[in-house]
Design a protein. Structure first.
Length: 184
């Protein structure tokens, strides 16, 4: 028994084109030669990627890394375009959410934040743009983080070792100096 007849398949193919002048925004599987198995396979892949993206916000690079070997590249790109269209994947939003999480839970320097985001596959230019747009907030956070680390470690390390520790964590000399002056 056929679940979808040929007439319905043709309607599906016709309706599934994304309305756009941009040829890149069409789903590659929906052509005249598309059969039901290909549609079901595409839907299965899309569901898996969507589930992965919804479980926890993910960057585009994380999705490509996770599914790059099991989903054909053309299909994965099409799925990512769809998910971007509906804002399930948005690296700019990902940066904002991740930095807010870091600021709430951790004591990191801007250098450490940038490295964590780069390790998630976020493009450096997007990170730099966010840092420029939120410079004052990030500077205040970095100063407060540095103060917390100084207070936490002031008794366990001599001042030279403490300064070296903060340098290794990525704090600038100016931030360290200002934090030490305000803590003491």
């Amino acid at each position: 028994m056929k679940i979808v007849d040929d007439e319905m398949l043709q309607k599906l193919k016709k309706d599934s084109k994304i309305k756009s002048d941009d040829a890149e925004n069409t789903i590659p599987f929906f052509s005249e030669d598309t059969n039901i198995e290909e549609l079901e396979q595409y839907d299965k892949f899309k569901s898996r990627v969507l589930k992965f993206a919804l479980y926890k916000k993910r960057s585009e690079a994380e999705i490509k890394t996770k599914f790059g070997k099991e989903i054909p590249e053309e299909t994965l790109e099409s799925i990512i375009l769809d998910l971007k269209k509906y804002n399930y994947i948005d690296d700019t939003n990902y940066i904002k959410r991740a930095i807010n999480e870091f600021m709430t839970l951790k004591t990191l320097s801007k250098y450490e934040i940038k490295n964590k985001l780069l390790s998630k596959g976020i493009k450096s230019d997007l990170i730099d743009e966010y840092f420029q747009n939120n410079q004052e907030e990030l500077d205040n956070y970095e100063l407060n983080s540095c103060k917390k680390l100084i207070k936490k470690n002031i008794n366990s390390k001599d001042e030279k070792k403490l300064i070296d520790y903060l340098f290794r964590k990525g704090y600038s000399q100016d931030i360290i100096k200002l934090a030490i002056e305000t803590v003491e």
